[in-house]
Design a protein around this ligand. Structure first.
Ligand code: HEC
Ligand code: HEC
Length: 266
């Protein structure tokens, strides 16, 4: 008795359910799946694409089309977004021409252009990322932590950057620049990426908390110019690179003068 009734309902229900299911899945797919996928994909790859385009025009002549490096510049595989952000924000890169040392210059790129090149270089290989500001926040440090920052600075940094971060000469005509007036993010990125002769200080060597303490110590020195003056011994450290170049120039003149007197005596 029940069998024919069920079969009749079954026969009619099957195509309806199928159509319903098709419409449901079809519209679900159309509404959700592709749109989120497209949004995620183009959001990411548009930035990387833009960065790749800029990279090929401005950087690849020295660093290679795929970041493999050339005789004009080192490989960028694995340097990370932080290295690009450091080098470009401080105007070191793109280097105008190969030379001994890429000096900090005025940066002519927008934050967006730098971010896209950094995102593209980050796809070449894993390396330090651009940190969140919480990683190097030094605003709530205690006096003890700041004192520890000073200790860490004297142990790890002052051999090259001198006491009070006034900057100093290195062998082969190179130099460690003065650290006054340098943005906290840039100080953090310099530690994590180690430009030129500067060693890389990884999180294992200097954890974020100590990195923030070093930054806090350096910012504290800036607020007491007399301390910088007596310790730096190179004139007002706030004049930064200008004072440094004048100082080097003066010393060279003295050296030349001494050398010429020595030659006359002989
Ligand atoms: C004229 C050649 C030249 C050009 C153009 C150039 N670079 Fe460089 N780059 C160098 C040299 C040489 C070094 C290594 C010396 C130094 O760090 O000062 C270097 C170093 C770097 C480093 C540091 C690598 C590391 O191991 O930490 C980064 C990052 C970098 N360049 C990114 C870029 C980016 C991004 C561009 C394009 C916007 C660019 N460079 C354009 C020559 C160049
Ligand atoms: C072996 C020498 C050496 C040591 C040690 C060293 N640095 Fe450096 N540092 C350098 C050199 C050289 C440069 C310049 C690199 C360049 O021009 O590409 C530099 C650059 C920097 C810059 C970039 C400044 C600017 O004007 O953009 C910062 C910030 C910095 N160092 C901080 C530190 C801190 C903090 C420490 C300790 C944790 C440290 N350095 C230890 C040699 C050193």
């Amino acid at each position: 008795m029940r069998t024919p009734r069920t079969r009749r309902r079954h026969r009619a229900a099957r195509p309806a359910a199928l159509v319903f299911a098709l419409i449901l899945f079809g519209s679900l797919y159309a509404a959700i799946a592709p749109s989120t996928q497209v949004a995620a994909d183009t959001g990411m790859s548009a930035q990387v694409e833009e960065g790749k385009g800029l990279y090929q025009v401005t950087c690849s002549s020295c660093h290679g089309l795929n970041g493999e490096g050339t005789s004009q510049g080192p490989t960028l595989v694995g340097v990370g977004a932080a290295a690009v952000d450091f080098q470009m924000t401080t105007g070191r890169m793109p280097m105008a021409r190969p030379g001994m040392q890429a000096p900090a210059r005025a940066n002519t790129y927008t934050a967006q252009e730098i971010a896209s090149i950094a995102a593209y270089v980050a796809t070449m290989g894993p390396g330090p990322a651009i940190p969140a500001s919480s990683a190097y926040d030094y605003s709530n440090l205690t006096d003890e932590q700041l004192a520890r920052g000073g200790e860490m600075f004297r142990t790890n940094c002052s051999a090259c950057h001198q006491a009070a971060g006034a900057g100093g000469a290195l062998p082969h005509g190179k130099y460690a620049p003065p650290l006054t007036g340098v943005e906290p993010l840039i100080i953090y990125e310099a530690m994590r990426t180690g430009p030129q002769q500067m060693p890389v200080f990884s999180e294992g060597a200097i954890p974020d908390e100590d990195a923030a303490a070093i930054i806090g110590y350096l910012k504290g020195i800036e607020e007491q110019p007399t301390l910088g003056l007596t310790l730096g011994g190179l004139g007002p450290v706030t004049e930064g690179l200008a004072a440094w170049i004048v100082g080097i120039g003066g010393l060279s003149l003295v050296a030349v003068w001494i050398a010429s007197r020595g030659a006359l005596k002989r």
